[in-house]
Each structure stands twice: as C-alpha cells, then as structure tokens.
Design a protein around this ligand. Structure first.
Ligand SMILES: *Cc1c(COP(=O)(O)O)cnc(C)c1O
Length: 403
C-alpha cells in the first residue's frame, strides 16, 4: 500500500535526505571539493557538456561550479516543500532573481513588473544593469502591459515593506502564456506556495526564513518546468552565482524547524499587531488579513506571516524607536529566530526613487518588524517602551491600549 502523502511538517524533516541511509550516515554530509577526479576522459567530457548546458546531474560531477551534492540535496528539499519538480540554489536572493531575469533574454527580453518590489530588485530593473526592457504595471492591469516579446511577469507578495498582497491566480490568468515569477520571500513555503496558484517560478531570498538563523546568504528559484530549470542552471554555471555547500548545509539543517519557527512567530506577530492597532502612538498598521485583504490572504496564504509594518508618524519618531529598541535588533533582513526592526525609507528601500516610495506607501515614519521566537509579552514590553520614547507628547489617534 502506498502511504498517504506526508504532511508539510513531516516533509520538512525528511526532505532531501533520501540518500543518507545508503551512504551510512545520519547527518547531512558536507562536500567541500572544488574539483572531482574522473575515471574516463570521454565520459568526463560528456558530463561537463551536459552540466554546462543545464543538466541537473551527470555521471561525473567534474567541478563545483557545475554540481555539488550538498547543494543538490538542499535543492531537492526546497523543491519538495515548494511542490516543485526542481529548485536551483544561488549565492543570494539577488543572484537568484538575476538568473531568472537573464534567462528571459533568451525568451524575448521584455519584463512586466508590479511595484512595490524589494528595493534592490526595483533598482536592478530600473538601473538598466541587465539591459532588459521593463514595463511597470499595477497588478490589475498586467494584461495591458504585455507585448509579443514579454518573457516574464514579476510580482512580489506579500510585498516588501508594505505587506500588500497581490492576487497570484489573477495575475497568472492575465499573463496567459507568459510565465509569472513570484518573489515569495515574505511567505515561506509553510505559508504560501506560488506554484499551486499557477506561478511558473517561485523565488526566495533564503537568507530570510529558509536559512532562518541570520547566518546564511542564499537564494532559491523553484519551478516544475524542465526547460526553465535547465535555463536557470545554465545561467548559474555560466555566470557563477553558485551557493557554497556550507551555506546549503546550514539552510538544509534549518528546514526541519521551518514550520515550527514560522507558526510560532506568526502567532506572536498576530498578538503584537493587535496591540499596535490600539496603541495611540501608531497611526497605521499593516498586517495581511488583519488590516487589509482578508479574503485574498485566506485564499492564497496559510496565515498572515510574521512581519508587521507600522507608522509612528515621521522619520524622527522612527529614529527614536530604533534607538530604544531593547531586545529587538535594529537591523535589516527578516525571518530570523530573533526579532529585527528597521526603517524601510532609509535602509532597504533607500535606493528607491522618492516618487516610487510615495506611491508604494513607503512613508517616512514606517517601521518594519520581523517577529522572532521571543515571548510575546517580552516583545510587547520592548515595543511599548520604544513607542513611549518616540512619542513624548502622545498624539492620540486611537483609544489607550487595554493591555
Ligand atoms: C532580502 C530580499 C531579497 C534579496 O535577497 P538577498 O539574499 O539579500 O540577495 C529579495 N527579495 C526580497 C523580498 C527580500 O526580502
């Protein structure tokens, strides 16, 4: 009898470890070889050719930029969790996004992108560095921006830093034959799996939740289309944006606890978002489902996530909160075991133009909180203290907190 499909938590523990027993080991092995001895020259030449043109594996691994078994195991694990047939890992989230954009050159070279996007992604598209033609569109008007040579539609949901959601299925429908890539960094596979909503590519900065402990820089692209998988590996071999096996090991080691980390932080974030909503010093709170787009959140996400954006009035108040942040680390990045807080307008989105900032809701007083695994009451104590420091004269917008 075939066993029933395993639950996500079970797969998170076992994914990508299928060959360990045959190797006679229990923990994930780390292969740091940069080169591999070969037995037979013609077979080695064939392997090199295949790997350089996008094969997932070959008889001989040849060279670490072409293939690495530690990285391949981590990729198999992420593919399992994403519901994809392939995952291709890169040296960072930006290397992963760059590879996908470079692969579009062979398919037409015109990209339709929806704002807001992660600041560096926005910059990559507007700077002309990749020589791509980009049309910016609002999510409901993607269809109008399509051209004959459109090779990719790029969206991010939840968006950084406003946590706006984009309806993935609706964009996929508008895009028709054009592949859609979703940057799902803010919602790791335990919460959201873009391929299930019709996306062709799901990309993550694995530096965030998948690494999960603030010690890995990595990116992953997942797809169930063989041609895309081969093109992404081809770009990786040719441009060299590979993931180091040590980083792949650390990411893979973090995956078994991904559901517990995310679900726990999400429960804490829900408590904090509610308390922020009734705090007099906070003018706006952004938390998916709770403050906006409830139906869409329920349709495409298993929960609101662990990130809250909130506005404390102006840049000076934001600066005071960050100075008094207690156990919350004032730092960019997100999805770590500890709580991080930062100021998007000057940091993660500092490179975004003033006009784009304004239309994307990146206001001067906006702070982004990535909730970690600390106790909710401890975090609320720190937040309340920081907010008191930020608003010496309370500008009451909302009734006093009852907590
Ligand atoms: C951090 C981030 C990236 C870039 O990832 P790196 O690993 O820092 O290169 C891309 N998209 C989103 C949404 C991010 O938060």
């Amino acid at each position: 009898m075939t066993p029933p499909p395993a639950a996500f938590t079970t797969r998170a523990v076992h994914a990508g470890r299928q060959d360990l027993r045959s190797l006679g080991v229990h923990a994930l092995p780390i292969d740091l070889s940069t080169t591999y001895p070969f037995d037979d020259l013609p077979a080695a030449a064939d392997s090199l050719y295949d790997l350089a043109h996008g094969a997932a594996s070959a008889d001989e691994p040849i060279y670490a930029r072409l293939h690495n078994p530690t990285v391949a195991r981590c990729e198999a694990a992420v593919a399992d969790l994403e519901g994809a047939s392939d995952t291709i890992a890169f040296g960072s989230g930006m290397a992963a996004i760059t590879a996908a954009l470079l692969a579009t050159q062979q398919r037409g070279g015109h990209v339709v992108a929806v704002r807001p996007l992660y600041g560096t992604t926005d910059h990559l598209l507007t700077s002309g560095l990749l020589g791509l033609e980009v049309t910016w569109a609002d999510a409901p008007r993607v269809a109008e921006a399509l051209r004959d040579d459109t090779a990719l539609v790029l969206i991010e949901t939840p968006a950084n830093p406003t946590l706006d959601l984009v309806d993935m299925a609706a964009v996929v429908e508008q895009a028709g034959d054009v592949p859609v890539m979703v940057d799902s960094t803010f919602a790791p596979p335990v919460i959201q799996r873009p391929l299930a909503h019709g996306a062709t590519l799901s990309v993550h900065s694995a530096t965030k939740f998948l690494g999960g402990h603030g010690d890995v820089v990595a990116g992953v692209v997942s797809t169930s289309e063989d041609e895309w998988a081969a093109q992404l590996r081809h770009v990786r071999v040719a441009t060299g944006g590979v993931l180091h096996p040590m980083a792949a090991y650390l990411m893979h080691r973090s995956l078994p606890t991904l559901p517990q980390r995310v679900n726990r932080a999400q429960a804490t974030a829900t408590i904090l978002a509610d308390r922020l909503l009734s705090h007099a010093g906070v003018s706006t709170v952004r938390f998916p489902g709770r403050t906006h787009q409830g139906n869409l959140c329920a349709r495409q996400m298993d929960g609101p996530g662990t990130i809250i954006a909130f506005d404390v009035g102006d840049a000076e108040a934001a600066r005071r909160v960050l100075r008094q942040s207690g156990r919350m680390t004032p730092a960019v990045s997100l999805g770590s075991v500890d709580t991080l807080i930062q100021h998007p307008a000057s940091l993660t989105h500092g490179v975004v133009g003033e006009e784009a900032k304004a239309t994307s809701g990146i206001t001067p007083g906006l702070l982004r909180l990535s909730v970690g695994l600390e106790d909710a009451d401890d975090l609320w104590h720190d937040l309340e203290t920081a907010l008191a420091a930020a608003t010496p004269v309370a500008t009451a917008h909302a009734p006093e907190s009852t907590w």
